[in-house]
Ligand binder design. Structure first.
Ligand code: SF4
Length: 242
């Protein structure tokens, strides 16, 4: 294993391609600085070697989740991974797992967002007639209760991380389950128990180790393992086995 340093001058990207023949394609990319990002290296390839290379990005600052890929076997954001932090001279970049590949590193995120919609992951106010949603103060107990579950950037990394783990058929996924937990804990929401009942089988089937693994790749540091644990206890409290 060789750590990339400025003196090395270049790094090899091994990128999964979806075009004719598929497979991996290797590109030698100059390393201007150890602070340069994998996203910068992908952009260099597209600008200098192959304009047809497909990858997604938007914000470049780790907020939008669009550039989530699998780097050397681990889900991460290309814009948040520096070339200097990778302890290997070849950087293998693959698309997220468990979602259909559209082109090279671009996956179709529609199943992911459909699952959030399927989980009815929007707040259902206790009084649907009222136009005023009660305000939760930032320092209130109500806000603290949901704080840990807040901040998902919908990158899909958690879904990819456990795509090969045993789950129920057609799983809704951990990001949606985390959202279900957040709404279950949310004082202003009225549909927590209903959502929970609908996905109780998946909550029971998901292994704590899977959630721990997904948590380890979550760029937003959502505590997915404790979220699953809480969901399992809620499901058990609703009459099922966890
Ligand atoms: S829970 Fe984390 S890993 Fe999963 S989609 Fe949200 S931010 Fe990404």
């Amino acid at each position: 294993m060789t750590k990339v340093t400025p003196s090395l001058g270049s790094v090899t990207l091994e990128i999964a391609r979806s075009g004719s023949g598929g497979g991996q394609e290797r590109f030698d990319v100059p390393v201007p600085s150890t602070h340069a990002r994998v996203l910068d290296a992908l952009s260099w390839v597209r600008e200098n070697e192959d304009p047809s290379l497909g990858f997604r990005f938007a914000c470049r600052v780790g907020m939008c989740g669009a550039c989530a890929v699998v780097i050397n076997g681990k889900e991460t954001l290309a814009c948040q991974t520096t070339l200097g932090e990778i302890d290997e001279s070849t950087i293998r970049i693959e698309p997220l797992r468990g979602l259909p590949v559209q082109h090279d590193l671009i996956v179709d995120m529609r199943p992911f967002f459909s699952n959030l919609a399927r989980a009815e992951a929007g707040l259902k106010p206790r009084d649907p007639q009222s136009r005023d949603l009660p305000i939760i103060a930032p320092d209130s107990n109500e806000r603290t209760t949901i704080e840990a579950q807040n901040g998902c950037i919908t990158c899909g990394a958690c879904v990819s991380a456990i795509a090969d783990q045993p789950q129920v058929d057609d799983p809704v996924g951990l990001a949606a389950l985390n959202r279900i937990l957040m709404l279950t804990l949310e004082e202003r929401d009225s549909a927590g128990a209903t959502r929970l009942d609908e996905f109780a089988d998946e909550v029971r089937a998901l292994r704590p180790q899977s959630a721990e693994h997904a948590e380890s790749v979550c760029p937003a540091n959502i505590p997915l393992a404790s979220a699953l644990e809480q969901l399992k206890s809620f499901v058990a409290g609703h009459g099922g086995d966890s």
